[in-house]
Structures are given as C-alpha cells and as structure tokens.
Design a protein. Structure first.
Lengths: 212, 212
DNA sequence: TTATAATGTGAGCTTTTACTCGCATCACGC
DNA sequence: GCGTGATGCGAGTAAAAGCTCACATTATAA
C-alpha cells in the first residue's frame, strides 16, 4: 500500500539523466497550465516526448514525480536563504530581515504558478522525512539569525515570521501583483512590525500605514 | 464542458433538505479523515447512507459538493466578522484588530482539518462569482474598519492583514498548536506591528519579542 | 382514494488513468 | 565486431470513479 516516493533507480548514463530532467520539466509545464488535476502520467510522458515505460523506469508513481519537484524547490529555497544570511554576518537585525525577505520573495517569483501548485501538492502528499528535514533546516537557520541578534523566543518568532511572510507573499502573487519593490516593503513592514522594530523610510512615498 | 457548481435543484420538502445536509456532513467527514483524494461521489453517498442517484439529484458534480461546503464556510466567516466589527463601533483601532483576529481564529479552530482541505480545494476549483463576492465583502468590511480609524492605504492594509493573519493561523494550527490565547497574542502582535502600533501588555509573560 | 409531483434507489455504463511487460534499441567494454 | 547491461518503447490491462436512467417509494393536493 505504501508507495515509494523516491526514484526507482538512479540514471547512470547522461542520456537517462536528461530523460529525467525532461520528464520533470514536462510535469512542471502541465502543473502550470492545468494544475494538479491535469497531471497524469500518460500526459507527462506525452509532453516530455518519452514513453510511459521510460517514465516509470525512474519514477515509481505519479507522486514520486511531485515529490522530486518539491524536493528541488525546497532545496533551492534553503540554499538561497543560506547564501543570503551569509551576506549579513554581523549586521543588525533589520538587515538580516531584509535579505531573507528578499530571498523568499525572489523564490516565489520564479514560476509563481508552479510554486503554488507544488505547495498544495505537498500538503496532500504524506510528507517524507527528507522534506521535513529541509523544512527543519530552514527553521534552524532563521532561528539562529534571530538568536544572534538577541531576539527573545527566537524559535517561535522564526516560525511566525516564516508563516506570515509566506501567507502575505502567496496571496499577493496569487493576486497577480508584480511590483516587487512594493511587495517587499510591505513584507518588510510586517516582519519588522512583528519583531517590534519600526520600519524606517516612513517619510517616503511608499511610507506609513498608520494614522495620518 | 463547463459544469455547474450550483445545486441542480432546490429541495422543496423537509426530507430532501435533510438529505442535502446529510450529504454535506458525510463529505465533510471524508475530507477530514482522508483528504481531497478520498472524496468520491460513491463514497459520499455510502457514508451518508443515501444512493448516488439521490446525491446527483441535488449536486450535479463532485465539485458542486465542494463548492457548497466552501460557500458555507466563507459565509460563516463573513458573518462572524461582521458581528465582531459591530461590537467595536467607535472604539480604537487596536480593539477592532483584536475582535477581528479573534473571530478569524475561532473560525480556524472549528474543524481545523476541514477548513484547511476546503481552502486547498478552493484553489483548484474555478472559483465562482458568488465566492469572489463573499471574499470581496470581507475585504470591504476590513477596509472600512481601517478607514474609519484613519489608516492610510486602507485597502492594501486590509489585504495584507488578512493574508498574513491567514498564513500565520494556518501554519500554527496545521502544526498542531492548541493554545488559543498564545496564538492570539502572536497574531495580534503581527497585525498591530504591521499597522505601526506597538502591541501593549509587553510587560506580561507572553510579552516582548525583540531585543532584551 | 387517487393523481401527480417530489424524492429515493442502485446496477451498471463509460471514461479515465495508473501502471506492466515483452521487446527493441543504444552505449560501452572487450 | 560483439556481448551485456542500460535505456527506451507503447499497446494493453485492471481498477477506479463520475455519472445516468429506468424504476420504486413517499408526500401532497383534490
């Protein structure tokens, strides 16, 4: 009953590695155009230009394809955030918030439709250990950043900041917003506000929200 | 090709109204235990103790069942929020934020699993006009509350507050949190922080987050 | 009671879809 | 060249799921 979500076999030759990549890209395009409901193994194979047999050589189930895509997405987010944090070693909290918010925002903006669908898919899949581990690493990363800046309750703050940023970014991008800078300012305001820091630049045009 | 998501016919007698309710409740239970993937028309009918034929008499498709459940959920949230806003007529912004946050939190806590699944379903369904209207009314309500309290950019602030509250509440409840009061304090902090107001009560035990 | 409309039934039709398997083709070491 | 394992193929299978329809039962009104 329990189906594996990991690849059936590792591709050994270049040819087969390309086949895997082509299959994943085809699945991505289908998800972007038709959503989760449009994703069928036959169709993925067709769009990819390979046979179903080849597909099942590397992915033991439809869910395995989704799981692999989600792994890739999560890994890239984690790497981006780690790199971003590196650039603000020793700098104050607001700078750290800035780069992390920017990193996660960039991440939402590459193939936004795909990211959304994969997040939904992730909730329906029985999430795997390695995926939980990646999520945990992100939490750890953010918690560390906050702890180093003497934020109390860093673990909970990390959780909350990730969740609220995610909620705001998702909603905005789903709503078709494209003004990256405006969205960034709002995310920044929310995050700094939660942390009890006043967002600066309140004098500028994109400025204050509260009472005039 | 386009399938209707509205009930096929209105139930005229008491008996059939009960049948409708029983069907919706059965669907809810299935969603809670097995998620979207477990929802099949045959199974809904079986759990409800009615025949598939009866089901299709009132719901022209599986999606129509989901749409009806979503409508119910949204309507109840809107009504709760409207009632909450009524109670703080003429009171300051922080009080208004309080009651609205509490209302939406309560709303997440009744059958939390069901609410989550329905939200996912809503994204996959081609969302209907009447659902968009309900969402719009909520936006209008919150925008009005903010405008009356002289919040600049009230429309955008309403959007952002709804989105970030939703993100935080969803994540927390999905993570199994049950301490309603603690969660409320964090939501409140996030919302007031975004609005540029300091969260008071910073002296208490659940208090300040920023640097010690 | 009886006519009529509303409601309820469930076997089964139809379509879709995940997945298999026997065979063909290709790459690479000898 | 040639043998062996890796890769690729796609018609076909079996199961699942959405939905219909001819018929049975129940309620309402005359």
């Amino acid at each position: 009953m329990n189906q594996r979500l990991t690849p059936r076999k590792q591709p050994r030759q270049k040819r087969s590695q390309e086949t895997c990549a082509i299959i994943l890209e085809a699945a991505a395009r289908i998800l972007e155009s038709d959503g989760l409901g449009g994703l069928t193994t036959n169709r993925v194979a067709e769009i990819a230009g390979v046979s179903v047999g080849s597909l099942y050589q590397y992915f033991p189930s439809k869910e395995a394809i989704l799981a692999e895509m989600i792994r890739g997405l999560r890994r890239s987010l984690l790497l981006d955030c780690e790199a971003a944090v590196e650039t603000v070693r020793g700098r104050p909290l607001s700078d750290a918030v800035d780069v992390m918010v920017r990193a996660s925002l960039r991440h939402h903006l590459v193939r936004p439709g795909l990211a959304r669908v994969l997040e939904r898919a992730e909730e329906e899949l029985p999430l795997e250990e390695d995926l939980k581990a990646i999520k945990g690493e992100l939490m750890t990363l953010v918690t560390g950043v906050l702890e180093e800046r003497d934020v109390a309750n860093a673990g909970q703050a990390a959780f909350d900041l990730i969740a609220l940023s995610h909620g705001l970014a998702s909603a905005a991008i789903a709503g078709g917003e494209t003004d990256l800078e405006n969205l960034f300012q709002r995310l920044r305001r929310a995050a700094l506000g939660y942390l009890g820091l006043q967002s600066d630049r309140t004098g500028s045009d994109a400025g204050g929200v509260s009472a005039a």
